[in-house]
Design a protein around this ligand. Structure first.
Ligand SMILES: O=P(O)(O)OC[C@H]1O[C@H](O[C@H]2O[C@H](CO)[C@@H](O)[C@H](O)[C@H]2O)[C@H](O)[C@@H](O)[C@@H]1O
Length: 416
């Protein structure tokens, strides 16, 4: 274990790259490796025969189906590659196992906590509307927020994730970071909505998708305000490709939207240069930590879209990225936790550690911070665990459209 430039990095090095784009030919890289390497031969053969037949009939390639399945394994296969997982764990050790090291890396620094929702705070369930977090988890998050500025960063629509979490003292970044709100619920607390001009288009596409996908049993379209999710967790695997074709057909007419894939979900969102990583940077800046060396952002997430935030931490050379996963995945995170239960344990330990170290340490005398002209004054946010919103920052929330694609949708040779 080394600590370099404030980045806590495991001794075995850094996970190469980040999330593979679905359909890039490397989509399986992000998926559980065990799924690709395990399984009894006879089972696998049957599986392949079925999938190949489905692929032929649906006019898609074998590689497309393989990538989709690998990105969304239906079940854990027997005989997973233990060696591979062990090697991966060496590169991305448990954040619980390395807790002391993470804690000591944060000495003299202000932790800012970023938490993804689905798969991180709540377990993955079949019905997206019933993805509740436990009361125990809520208490843990509440406690964390008492000590550290805390933000929920989710693909969900902000209101929905706010309802699930139910804590008004947090920051919320919904729609993959495209809708950011500070603590409180007055209109003034909305800090950044860089894709607001896309709202009419998103509403229109939502209706088209609902209509188009209603013939696919189990498919569910979720309106996340600035983006849309098309769920296929409850769709028969043989129909996955057909559904993908339907979604692709819709998005062809909307070149300003882009298509990505999460955990058994297609995600459509504005093609602007804004993602969870940008939201993390925005929030750090809003909190007055734009270019500070004494801040330690901790980001915990389980999905591809969280990779954008992990990459930002790597680029900043600052912070702790923790991937929630039970299996080996290509990631830019430094550490791992297996599931929401371990996430909760980590949060509780962090609170406990903070309480103990605050009780033991003499009151810290901070060097005087130079008044920051833009934020105004001596920046009280830096002194409290729960910083007020910085309304000045709202003006700097950009709308950054990417240039229209040369093709209606970017070419995605394999899957999307
Ligand atoms: O960024 P997140 O907070 O992780 O949101 C990503 C997507 O999460 C939700 O879908 C996922 O969780 C569902 C409930 O457990 C599950 O049924 C689904 O298969 C998962 O993909 C949410 O419903 C999506 O809108 C989010 O984009």
């Amino acid at each position: 274990m080394t600590t370099s430039q404030d980045v806590v990095v495991s001794e075995m090095g850094i996970g190469a790259g980040g999330a593979a784009m679905p359909g890039s030919g490397a989509a399986g890289l992000f998926a559980c490796r065990s799924a690709a390497s395990a399984g009894a031969m006879s089972m696998r053969q049957t599986y392949r025969d079925l999938a190949a037949a489905a692929a032929r009939s649906a006019n898609c390639t074998w590689a497309e189906l393989e990538a989709m399945r690998a990105a969304s394994p239906t079940r854990s296969r027997p005989g997973a590659d233990v060696d591979e997982l062990t090697a991966w764990m060496r590169k991305h050790p448990s954040a619980l196992g390395k807790f002391e090291q993470i804690a000591s890396a944060s000495k003299g620094k202000k932790i800012v906590m970023f938490l993804d929702y689905d798969g991180t705070l709540s377990p993955i369930v079949a019905n997206p509307d019933a993805a509740y977090m436990s009361d125990a988890m809520r208490e843990a998050v509440r406690d964390v927020a008492k000590h550290f500025p805390t933000a929920i960063v989710s693909g969900r629509c902000r209101d929905k994730v706010h309802n699930f979490v139910g804590l008004s003292e947090l920051y919320y970044a919904g729609s993959h970071g495209m809708d950011i709100q500070g603590p409180g619920s007055n209109p003034e607390s909305v800090l950044c909505q860089p894709a607001s001009e896309f709202l009419p288009m998103i509403d229109e596409v939502y209706k088209v998708l609902v209509e188009k996908t209603k013939s696919t049993p189990g498919a569910k379209v979720e309106n996340n305000k600035f983006c849309l999710s098309v769920h296929f967790r409850c769709v028969d695997e043989k129909r996955w490709n057909f559904l993908a074709e339907q979604v692709k057909a819709v998005i062809k007419d909307y070149p300003m939207l882009k298509l990505t894939q999460g955990r058994k979900v297609f995600e459509l969102r504005p093609s602007i240069m804004w993602d969870k990583g940008k939201a993390l940077e925005f929030l750090l800046e809003s909190l007055g930590f734009a270019s500070c060396s004494d801040v330690l952002p901790v980001y915990i997430g389980d999905d591809r879209t969280d990779e954008d935030a992990f990459k930002v931490l790597r680029k900043r050379g600052q912070g702790v990225g923790i991937l929630v996963s039970k299996c080996a995945k290509e990631t830019s995170a430094s550490y791992s936790l297996q599931d929401p239960a371990e996430v909760m344990e980590f949060l509780l330990r962090l609170v406990e550690w903070k309480r103990r170290s605050s009780a033991a340490a003499p009151p810290m005398v901070r060097p005087r911070v130079q008044p920051r002209p833009a934020a105004g004054g001596t920046d009280p946010r830096r002194r409290s665990g729960r910083p007020p919103v910085n309304p000045a920052r709202r003006d700097r929330c950009p709308v950054v459209p990417t240039p229209p694609h040369p093709h209606p949708t970017p070419p995605r040779p394999n899957f999307l």
